[in-house]
Each structure stands twice: as structure tokens, then as C-alpha cells.
Design a protein around this ligand. Structure first.
Ligand code: GCW
Length: 682
């Protein structure tokens, strides 16, 4: 049935022996909501449904002070105090944070705001669903205020880099009438702490701004609002000249032109009439053919501030993308796309309005299987920043390969950039803590579609789950988060948990090994699909995802001494490490250095032999995933078992295609035989 996929980790599957735990949870629910379309009302319903479904226990929901019996009371600090009197101690809550506490027979679920109370209810239900009945007592606050998804949905209903069918909210240029799935998605997002969704593609379309579509955005916002999820939208920079139906058409889109300023403030006011709590705008300008302020010799900051000023009276924010670069000429040794963001944004630090947040992809290029942390995080301390992570697996197997991304994101979030020789973890930079900003956070490119699994495969939903959990608390362990997801999505059988954990935790390293190790990047088709091996497309393009591989050598020289200078974009301690081969970790060697195929690694192996060995090792690991998955037959439902089995068989086969394509490519190029005699003719 579709149910398993659509409800994802919110299945509330019956717990084995659930009836024995009836006395472990209260019998009444008191939801102190402001209205029937508010997060606390939803919290009351979720608690009722959840306890019924997980434990078979029927609880009544009350909406005002209730004195009899044992209660779960859910509400805001303010509503709780009104109904039950002041809390014995005031919890230290930030916006969206919550307190779970057990006082006698009562479970308190208290949010700083209604959204926080709903998060607390989901946190409580997550414990119950996992069979955890220890007395709750915790305060939980979000790491950062911005915890958004970005959806690359086009108005025609297609989704850029989406692998799960068509859009849930757009079709034929406008917003669909049936938004049931949108509400279900908001429910899932609320349960992992996501508070806004940018509903249309960053490669935006001006016709989103017709009066009819603005009204449609209001409908989307109305169905997501009860879950505490706000709507944001992506803007097309030259909309004023695009002939948007129902809006004035101007002759220019210069951000400093008074008529343009007026145009945007007028459109923004129209949007807020329909979406009074719109979260803000996402803008991709002067990047990959998108229009922007540079056309008028205005800076990117002047472009960003145009929107910031229109939003400011309404409390909205601008997420301005740092993903800006120009086509490059590979014959120039010092040309490097990785430098582009620093060149564009570093000089503008301090010029962005307070409600602008610079949205930075985790690496300097583009969601590769391995990249160093983008040094931009260390270079614009006066600007609020957010990290952009990609939940949809654009370069990472597109949901046909199981690649659990929690560990990749953790490496990035935990990275210490050593700004001013002080601890400067990426997660503390984006939270706003390191450089004292009140704004900051996370944007996850999710690209869910109409597919019954939401994202394209059941197992790939672990990535959406992990994204939300880590955005809430980046100090969590990626494996712990995964295991919560397994218990909630499948069941609590230890052998199910073990097998799924092993596959998932080995999946990113395996994919890296068979798709492109040593920091050479995902050797996929760069020109169009970004799927499957195509190492010959990396070089001789203007896209700058080069390997500079020839008969004797490979890798990008990004040193200051002899290369593109990119290593020098990091604070001194990190720059020095990457500048030298001896101190560069093997997994980023070819990212920073141009070396002979015979260069020795720290392991003592040559680069080319390690290439061969790791491609074989990665593919061999992918074969074991099929066997491990087969051990799950009968332990999970057949529907999801067979659906994923098909994918594991594909991944196993495709990993061999990857292995052979890449090993042979470099063998043919270098002529250096494989010591183990697997590659080439023997
Ligand atoms: O890598 C590229 C993707 C594009 C995407 C772009 C971006 C939305 O291939 O599909 O466009 O990144 O992030 O803007």
C-alpha cells in the first residue's frame, strides 16, 4: 500500500505488546490550542492518533484545563500558565524550543511557541513509537532559526533534479487545487523540526508572481501553517521586465532604479496579503544564466538588499545564494571555479542588510561525493550564513543507489575552520554563534515529488529525516539518527536495525570509492545527467569541474605556491595543511594537488593503484548490500522489501559498471598496469 511510503517515519506502527504499556502513558490529552488550525491543535490530534495506533490506547482530547485522571498537557508556556498556573521553574527555551517533563501523572509538553509545542509532541511520540517509556524530562532547542527545505519544483510540474515524479503543488503553470499531499509533507517536516519550505525552483520563473499564483501560494501556506511550516519562494531577478500577467511591465530590472524598487515592494505587499507569514525569498542571481544585478554594474549585495528592503516591513528574510561562478578556460592553469564564491562575496562582507542570509553549498563546487568545506564560511564574518545541503542525490546515485548522507554532512558540520586560530566549527558559524548573528541555519534541497516514497526510494528517506534532525541538533550522531529512523520507518527488530545500519553506514564510503576517490570528485556525466560514470566529461568543458588528467598526471593544483591559490582561501592553519601534499589528507589529495599517477599516498600505495583498488573495493562492498538486504525478507513488509531489493540489485550491478568504466579509463590513459591484474587485458 502507499501508506508505508507516504507516512514514512510517522507510521505509528503498532508496537509489539503495546497493550502492556497502556499504564505507561496518560489517558487524557489536554491540547491548549488557540484555534483548530494551529500547531497545538494538530499536536493534540497527533498524540491521540499516535497512542491509539502504536499502543491501541484510546485517549480523549480536551481543549481546556482538565483535572481528572492522568494527562498529557500540550501547549505554549503562556497557555499552560493560564490554565494550570506558572511552571515551577521557567525553562530556558528559544523560539521553536520545547520542554518535556513528567510531574506525577502528568506529561508536560510545553513549547516556547505553538510550533515548539508540536515539535515536543512529535518528540514524545517518537519515543513511544520506539518503545522508550522512560520518564521524559528534557529541554530541546533548535541549533539555528533557519531550518528550511528548498524544492526545485517548476511551474509546469516538473522538478529539476527530482527523482520522484512530478510536483505536488504546481501543474501547468499554476498551483494545483488538491493540496492533500502538501499537508502530509508539512506534517513530516514538522516532525523533524523543519519550519519553512521554498516551494519553487531557484531557477525561478517570473510567472509565479501573477495574481492567481500569489493567491495559490496563499492556499499552500494555509495548508502548511497548522504544522508550523512557512512558505518561501524563489524569485527570478528580472521579473519586472518579464511581462508578468497582472503586474506592471518595466523596461529595466536595475536594483537601484526607483521604479524597480517600487515594483518589488508592491509585489511583496501583494504576497503578504495572501501569505501574512511568508518566510522570505530565495534568490539565485548571475549564476548559470540567471539574470542579476551585474547586468547594471550593481553588486550582488545591492541585488540582495533590493529584496531585503521589500521584505523588511513584513519580517521576511532573503536567502541569497553564493553559488555564483563564470564559465572558465581550462588552458589557464590558475583558473578555478572553486575560487569564484570568494571572489564574488568576500569583498561584499558587511554590505548586506541584516535580513539577508548568504546560502552556501557545503563545498566550493557542487554537491560532489567529497569536497573540502567551502572556505566562504570563514571569510564573511559580518554576514549571516546558511549551509545548503542536498537531500536529493543529484550526483550521488539519484535514489537508485543507497547513499546515506548523514556521515557526509556530519564531517562538514563538525569541521573546524580555525578562523583567527580559534575553534570555528562550521555548525557554530551557521548557527550564528561564532560570529554573533541572530540569523543563520540550514537549507536542504529535497525535491520530493508525487511518488509514493516522496523522494524516489524508501531508504532514501533516511536522508530527509537526518537532514531535519541534524539541522535541529548538529551534534547528534549520524548513526543514532539513522537508527531512530529505522525503528520508526520499519520496526525495532535488532536484526533489521543491524542490517540496515551496516548498509547505510558503509554506503557513502562505498559510493565514493567506486565513483571517484582521493578527492577527484564524482566522475559522473557532467554535461547533462549527472548519473553514471563518464570521466571523460570532466575536462575540456567550461564548467570547471576539472581533473586535469593526462598520461602522466592527475589532479587540480590548488596551491598558492604553484596553482590556483584556492588553498589560500582558508584561515592560515587550514591553508597551510592543504598547501602541502604531506599534510593533505589522502581523501582530498587530487582536490588540492596535481601529481603523478605514481605519487605515493600515506598508505604507501601509488595513486593509480589506489584508484584501481578502491574502485574494486567499493564495488565489492555494494555487492554485500544485496545479501544484507536479502537477510531482511520476512522481517519487514514485502512491499518495501521487494521495492528496495530491486534497487540494491541495480546498485550492485551499476557499481561494477562504475568500477570498470573508471579503472579502464585511467588504465587506458596512463598505461600503468594494475598490480592485481584486474584491469585491462592480461
Ligand atoms: O549543479 C547544479 C545543478 C542544477 C542546479 C544548480 C544550482 C537548480 O545541476 O540543476 O540548478 O546546481 O544549485 O543552482
Amino acid at each position: 500500500t502507499a501508506e508505508n511510503g507516504l507516512s514514512a517515519w510517522l507510521r505509528y506502527a503498532p508496537l509489539q505488546g503495546g497493550q502492556h504499556f497502556h499504564s505507561s502513558v496518560p489517558s487524557h490529552i489536554v491540547a491548549l490550542n488557540s484555534s483548530t488550525v494551529s500547531p497545538v491543535y494538530i499536536a493534540g490530534q497527533e498524540l491521540q492518533q499516535g497512542l491509539k495506533s502504536i499502543l491501541g490506547k484510546q485517549c480523549n482530547v480536551h481543549h481546556a484545563h482538565y483535572g481528572g485522571g492522568s494527562n498529557i498537557v500540550v501547549g505554549t508556556v503562556a497557555e499552560y500558565s493560564k490554565a494550570y498556573g506558572a511552571l515551577s521553574s521557567t525553562p530556558d527555551l528559544l523560539d521553536d524550543g520545547y520542554l518535556l517533563d513528567t510531574i506525577g501523572n502528568t506529561v508536560q509538553i510545553i513549547g516556547k511557541n505553538e510550533r515548539g509545542a508540536l515539535y515536543g509532541a512529535f518528540a514524545y511520540l517518537s519515543k513511544v513509537a520506539q518503545g522508550n517509556f522512560t520518564k521524559v524530562a528534557e529541554v530541546s532547542n533548535p541549533s539555528a532559526p533557519i531550518r528550511w527545505t528548498n524544492e526545485w519544483d517548476n511551474l509546469d510540474g516538473s522538478i529539476e533534479r527530482g527523482f520522484a515524479g512530478n510536483s505536488n503543488w504546481f501543474s501547468n503553470g499554476s498551483i494545483v487545487s488538491n493540496l492533500t499531499r502538501t499537508a502530509e509533507y508539512a506534517r513530516l517536516l514538522a516532525s523533524i523540526g523543519i519550519n519553512a519550505v521554498v516551494v519553487n525552483n531557484v531557477n525561478a520563473n517570473a510567472s509565479l508572481l501573477t495574481p492567481t499564483n500569489i493567491e495559490g501560494l496563499g492556499r499552500i501556506a494555509d495548508v502548511m501553517r497548522p504544522y508550523g511550516v512557512q512558505v518561501g519562494i524563489s524569485l527570478y531577478f528580472s521579473s519586472p521586465t518579464a511581462g508578468v500577467k497582472g503586474q506592471a511591465n518595466l523596461t529595466n530590472f536595475d536594483p537601484l532604479d526607483e521604479s524597480v524598487v517600487q515594483w518589488w515592494s508592491n509585489v511583496t505587499d501583494q504576497i503578504y496579503e495572501h501569505v501574512p507569514d511568508m518566510a522570505g525569498y530565495l534568490v539565485k542571481a548571475n549564476s548559470e544564466g540567471q539574470p542579476g544585478p551585474l547586468t547594471y554594474n550593481r553588486t550582488l549585495a545591492e541585488g540582495a538588499n533590493l529584496f531585503a528592503k521589500a521584505l523588511q516591513p513584513h519580517g521576511g528574510i532573503v536567502m541569497f545564494r553564493a553559488f555564483v561562478y563564470n564559465p572558465l578556460n581550462e588552458t589557464v592553469w590558475t583558473a578555478d571555479r572553486a575560487n569564484a564564491q570568494i571572489e564574488f562575496f568576500k569583498p561584499l562582507d558587511g554590505e548586506f542588510d541584516d535580513n539577508v542570509v548568504i546560502q552556501i553549498k557545503y563545498g566550493p563546487i557542487d554537491f560532489q561525493v567529497r569536497e573540502p568545506v567551502s572556505p566562504l564560511f570563514a571569510n564573511i564574518p559580518k554576514s549571516a550564513v546558511a549551509i545548503e545541503l542536498q537531500v536529493t542525490q543529484e550526483y550521488l546515485g539519484q535514489q537508485c543507489h543507497l547513499v546515506y548522507l548523514g556521515p557526509l554532512w556530519k564531517e562538514i558540520l563538525d569541521y573546524d575552520l580555525r578562523v583567527d586560530n580559534e575553534t570555528s566549527l562550521v555548525r557554530n558559524i551557521i548557527s550564528g554563534e561564532r560570529f554573533n548573528h541572530s540569523l543563520g541555519g540550514y537549507a536542504g534541497v529535497s525535491n520530493v515529488g508525487t511518488n509514493e516514497t516522496w523522494i524516489g526510494s524508501h531508504m532514501a528517506m533516511s536522508n530527509l529525516y537526518a537532514y531535519g534532525r541534524l539541522a535541529w541538533d548538529p551534534t547528534l550522531d549520524a548513526q543514532d539518527v539513522l537508527q531512530d529512523w529505522i525503528r520508526l520507518t520499519f520496526n525495532t527488530n535488532p536484526s533489521v536495525i543491524d542490517a540496515m545500519t551496516q548498509i547505510s553506514m558503509e554506503s557513502w564510503p562505498a559510493y565514493e570509492n567506486y565513483s571517484g576517490n582521493l578527492g577527484v570528485q564524482t566522475l559522473t556525466d557532467i554535461l547533462y545527467t549527472h548519473f553514471g560514470p563518464n570521466p571523460q566529461t570532466q575536462d575540456n568543458t567550461i564548467w570547471g569541474q576539472w581533473t586535469r588528467a593526462d598520461q602522466k598526471t592527475i589532479g587540480m593544483d590548488r596551491t598558492v605556491a604553484n596553482g590556483t591559490g584556492f588553498a589560500g582561501n582558508y584561515p592560515p592553519e587550514i591553508a597551510e595543511m592543504f598547501e602541502n601534499i604531506a599534510t593533505t589528507p589522502d581523501n582530498l589529495l587530487l582536490w588540492f594537488h596535481h601529481v603523478n599517477y605514481t605519487q605515493l599516498l600515506k598508505s604507501g600505495q601509488t595513486v593509480i593503484q589506489d584508484f584501481y583498488d578502491q574502485h574494486y573495493a567499493g564495488a565489492a562492498t555494494a555487492q554485500t548490500f544485496t545479501t544484507l538486504w536479502e537477510s531482511l525478507q520476512g522481517k519487514i513488509d514485502d512491499e518495501r522489501y521487494y521495492d528496495q531489493l530491486f534497487r540494491q540489485v541495480f546498485q550492485a550491478g551499476h557499481s561494477l559498471v562504475w568500477r570498470d568504466a573508471i579503472a579502464n579509463f585511467y588504465y587506458n590513459l596512463s598505461g600503468i598496469p594494475d598490480e592485481a591484474k584486474r584491469v585491462g587485458n592480461h
